[in-house]
Design a protein around this ligand. Structure first.
Ligand code: TTP
Length: 622
């Protein structure tokens, strides 16, 4: 759920930079003959010519859209060049695009705090750079303004195209502007300089939005594309938001936006102004209500995170129509491949960036035989992540079996899987000087630490790392109940018996002061795997409701559940920990499902939710 954050007192200069038709540009750099040609990049999938995932602006001119398949694009634009996404392990290999994105990030990060928000977009906090420019070399002569900056689109300026450049130059060096606008003008010049550098050094064009906060910068970065930038002075915010359809805002694209339209008759962000903060809180809860009240006024305190690397890694694959997987052997075959790729990526993240991923999550999309219209979703499952391809494969299969067990609800029926993905999240930096990953995770006083290689000696070859444990308790955690194995069913749950005495001690140590910790402990013991569905569709969420535990609260608990670096939160999984860039890489069905998790609470809720960790969790299952 969106969370309202306090807007800083000092004005900020924030930019959102988004590459233009990014995968197409990467392919055009590889094959310059494609430049200026109608071109599209096609997903690895031969059905009807494959799905288009990126379309050049020339092809868009012919009416080609991303929603089309290759065959349809050819009908609309016979001269279109369709380029297949590179393929590895029988699925799309996005490494080429990822590293192209990294080239751009390296340039953009040179001027201030930089947050890589997806494979092709970043946020920049240019406040300090803009202040410095204002002090040392403020723009004061219209003639000296960089051409690229003079082409900016500035909301609220007269729209006469013949006068546009003159007006922009004048606005950028207005001496009577207030401090906020002067900073913004410097920000626009800095972004123009950065975009020129990106073009010169990578051959890629990008577009940008420049504003006082992330929300507004993101909203306008795509307003004038390709290769343009748009500036939002504070004086233009209300006019801009007045006509902005609610669905244009990322967080309102789903159920919350639909609820605003259907329940409150709100069509534009400006329409929200007619509701008091109390009314919005009553309808959507305290946080979301306040957030809505603030966005209607263009207020957003969200900070640019200092993060050049992805928040998580994910690999997924869809199996449409007749390709659906219908038995465990075929699921295992594909899961093994996805896990192999995931393992390589987290291993290289560890080697190159000294970062460790803590949580492994499996998402799937499934249907039951003879129940194709069933609304029941395959529950996403998480467990602590163990390094090593074999271990990840083993754990992912157990997560799958556990999810399938819940999905089938003990019915003896056939099933089919139409998409699968694995994600490694909760990634943190190993602090420099740490001699042992394990010691760091468990705390220096731990005497139970088995000897493991230190971070620098973690083997690069994933096939060699069978004995590398980042957290030592995972083996028990993912162990199957033999009784359930033996009863002939293919699907298993985690046995409470398998929790070792060490593990019990560890949990007790971690939660010494928490009232009701046994409930949390029991929950873990009985589940072993943490179900990540925060809302209604899953068994877990139903259980949460039965025990009067708000799904929103349960979700929040996983965010707040512990010290980032203590390792205790390795047990939690929160959809907010998944990098949007990764979500975009996952099969579309899974993307929709993840986006579906963000929905408004059904009941008005103004009361404070549980104040102890245990109150977020349902009592133990018997
Ligand atoms: P976008 O930034 O959404 O789009 P784009 O860069 O292709 O075009 P625009 O100029 O309109 O911003 O996506 C970035 C890349 O991510 C895109 O080039 C291909 C990939 N992508 C997918 O693989 N699947 C998807 O569903 C989307 C939306 C994008």
């Amino acid at each position: 759920m969106p969370v309202a954050r306090r807007e800083p007192q000092e004005p900020r200069v924030i930019a959102h930079v988004d590459m233009d038709c990014f995968y197409v540009q990467v392919e055009q750099r590889r094959n310059p003959a494609l430049r200026g040609q109608p071109t599209a990049v096609v997903q690895y999938n031969d059905w009807k010519g494959g799905g288009l995932i990126a379309v050049s602006y020339e092809a868009r001119g012919f009416g080609v859209k991303r929603s089309m398949r290759g065959d349809e694009a050819k009908r609309v634009c016979p001269g279109i060049n369709l380029v297949q996404v590179p393929v590895a392990r029988g699925k799309a290999d996005l490494n080429l695009y990822r590293s192209a994105g990294s080239e751009v990030v390296a340039i953009l990060a040179s001027k201030g705090k930089c947050e890589r928000a997806s494979i092709d977009e970043v946020y920049l906090d240019l406040t300090d750079a803009a202040k410095e420019m204002l002090l040392q070399a403020p723009p004061d002569s219209p003639e000296q303004i960089l051409m690229e900056a003079a082409k900016s689109n500035i909301l609220g300026l007269p729209s006469d195209p013949n006068e546009k450049e003159k007006n922009v130059r004048a606005w950028l060096c207005r001496s009577d502007a207030d401090y906020e606008d002067k900073l913004l003008a410097c920000g626009a010049i800095i972004v123009a300089q950065l975009r020129i550098r990106v073009l010169e050094e990578t051959q890629f064009t990008c577009s940008a939005g420049i504003s006082h906060n992330k929300m507004l910068a993101k909203l306008v970065s795509g307003m004038h594309k390709p290769a343009q930038q748009t500036v939002v002075p504070s004086s233009s915010v209300q006019d801009f938001l007045a006509s902005l359809p609610v669905k244009k805002m990322k967080q309102l694209g789903g159920k919350l936006g639909s609820s605003l339209q259907d329940d409150l008759g709100v069509e534009t962000i400006g329409d929200l102004l007619s509701f008091t903060e109390e009314k919005l809180q009553e309808q959507y809860g305290v946080n979301t209500g306040t957030w809505l009240w603030k966005i209607a006024r263009g207020i957003s305190g969200e900070e640019v995170e200092d993060r050049l690397l992805p928040k998580s890694h994910g690999c997924g694959k869809t199996f449409p129509g007749p390709k659906a997987l219908k038995n465990s052997a075929s699921v295992k075959g594909w899961l093994d491949q996805l896990c192999e790729e995931l393992s390589e990526r987290i291993q290289s993240d560890l080697n190159q960036n000294k970062r460790i991923a803590q949580t492994l999550t499996l998402h799937a999309r499934a249907s039951k035989e003879n129940e194709r219209d069933s609304m029941k979703k395959f529950p996403s499952k998480s467990c602590p992540l163990r390094y090593g391809t074999g271990k990840i494969q083993e754990d992912a299969m157990k997560l799958f079996e556990s999810g399938l067990h819940d999905f089938l609800e003990s019915q003896n029926t056939g099933w089919s899987i139409t998409s699968l993905s694995v994600t490694a999240s909760k990634i943190f930096d190993i602090p420099s000087g740490t001699s042992s990953i394990l010691r760091y995770i468990k705390g220096p006083s731990s005497s139970a630490s088995p000897a493991i290689p230190n971070s620098s000696s973690v083997p690069e070859d994933p096939s060699l790392d069978n004995n590398v444990y980042v957290t030592p308790i995972h083996e028990e955690q993912c162990e199957l109940s033999t009784s359930e194995k033996e009863d002939g069913k293919r699907y298993s749950a985690i046995s409470a018996k398998q929790c070792s005495a060490n593990e019990e001690k560890r949990i007790s140590k971690k939660l010494p002061e928490v009232k009701g910790q046994s409930a949390l402990h029991e929950k873990r013991k009985s589940d072993g795997l943490i179900c990540s569905h925060p809302v209604g569709s899953s068994l877990e969420a139903n259980r949460a409701e039965e025990h009067n535990v708000s799904a929103q609260g349960a979700d929040r608990s996983s965010t707040n559940g512990g010290d980032e670096h203590s390792g205790s939160n390795a047990w939690m999984f929160n959809v907010e920990d998944i990098d949007p860039a990764v979500v975009e890489e996952l099969p579309p069905e899974i993307q929709r499902e993840i986006q579906g998790w963000i929905r408004p609470p059904k009941q008005p809720s103004t009361k404070r939710r549980g104040s102890t960790i245990s109150s977020y969790f349902p009592p133990a299952r018997s």
